[in-house]
Design a protein around this ligand. Sequence first.
Ligand code: SAH
Length: 270
Amino acid sequence: MTSGAQANEDTVEDKVVEFYDNFTEVFREIWGDNLHVGYWHDAADEAPVEKATDQLTDQLIARLAPRQGQRILDVGCGIGEPAFRLARAAAVDVVGVSISRYQVGRANERAGALDLAGRVSFQYADAAELPFPDASFDGAWAFESLIHMPDKEKVLREIKRVLRPGSTLVLADMFSQPDTELTFQDIITTPEMSDYRAVIEQAGLVVQDITDITANTLAPQSVRDGIAADLLARKDDVIAMTGPEEFERMVDGVRVPKAYGYLLATVTTD
Ligand code: SAH
């Protein structure tokens, strides 16, 4: 399934499903329940990955500014950790969707175990065809999920369709930088920062703010060394997911900060 292994007719969506159905648990064991990068406030912040990934969720919650009683859509929900944090921070209902049925099952189980099932639920859906009526949500985020969706304009239009006028949509996504090879190229496509705003605007959304937070996503060296050690300790499992060449690139990228980019955007419907 990894790049170059064999040519086949699988779509990006098929590959993403295969990746998350098979590797969500490996990812979790190494990284934790948040399937996204960490956020470190400044050079003095030595938060471990579990805390730093929650800190990134808090940045999105602040941008979303949820109000009591709102219904929020979580596009690409993973196993639900960001949705649970949002639901604990504000008296809102959250509906998460993922293209991985495995993740949807795990996320709903976890909602039940956390006693949040009354307000937080998850269902299978492709973000390009959301199974919801027009104007049925008050806000949304796509938290490190657009990266897997080649036709971002289409997905953004679809999210816009299900949002009520005056809603906020928060985006957290990687962007590519010149001369940088991202890992997982068969399941990741993303424009450069300079093109990102145009994609959002072409979908008919209004950009309120778009900020390059790459520097905040680079872990301090002490944390990096720990992550590299964890990856090496789980080498066989991780290689099953990445292939040997990608594995080397990943470990190098953890040890020495790599020039991928990361942005947060606050977007509104008119
Ligand atoms: N937001 C979660 C998960 C991020 S990982 C977190 O921060 O923990 C990327 C997520 O996007 C996965 O849940 C994956 O299944 C989902 N995803 C990727 N492509 C998708 C698509 N076309 N439709 C719906 N979800 C998708």
